[in-house]
Ligand binder design. Sequence first.
Ligand code: IMP
Length: 239
Amino acid sequence: MTYPLIHKRVVRCYGFYDYLRDNKILQKEMTTLVFASNNAHKLDEIRSILGDRFMIKSLKEIGCDADIPETADSFRGNALLKARYVKEHFGYDCFADDSGLQVSYMDNLPGVYSARFAEKFAGQLGIDKDSLPEEKDKRNMECLLRSLNNNNAFAEGNSPKACFRTSIALIYEGGEYFFDGVVEGHIIADARGTSGFGYDPIFVPDGYDKTFAQLGNEVKNSISHRARAVSKLVEFLKK
Ligand code: IMP
């Protein structure tokens, strides 16, 4: 059966728009949004949550192979730098994320330096870089644990408080928006578990007695900083 083309605004006036759209009588509009990332896992996740109202493109798909500088001193700042870069150079509406671990005992380090913590801070913290493991995640974790140990942070069975934080910056229809997600917990002295990545083996979220690396992806993804920030973004975009 064919239907006459009805202007969306007219249809909306009569309150039928959602009905027509949901029943595939009106063609859905697709909005293109760039996610300033090439991380396949993050891209799949956001595409499956947003469904077919949004066409999500990666940096690669828009021909951007730049190493976008992340020189801000906050997660929001770095996310916004990436989103603005895409908007300015490629013209697309865009969102970008930045995440990391913050340990209160260390004035919120590793923070925005989470991915390159050992490289940047080992020397300052009095830790010999050559004595750290080769692999990046292990290197960063070991650097953090040694530094906490050197400062007696685990003395008398203490577990230093920490949180993972994600900020997403969105540039959309002329506005700039932020969505933050946090998961609180503590750091343990010995790594446990094998799933996940980064600092997962030494982070125990509040309400649990296992590390993210022991809890596995399903549990982690239901409570993680990233999941919390993404769900705020999705709620906003689906309005
Ligand atoms: P990104 O901004 O998501 O790329 O994260 C930057 C760095 O923060 C990563 O390289 C990890 O070291 C750390 N990080 C961020 N999220 C997590 C997480 O969920 N688990 C463990 N480490 C994380």
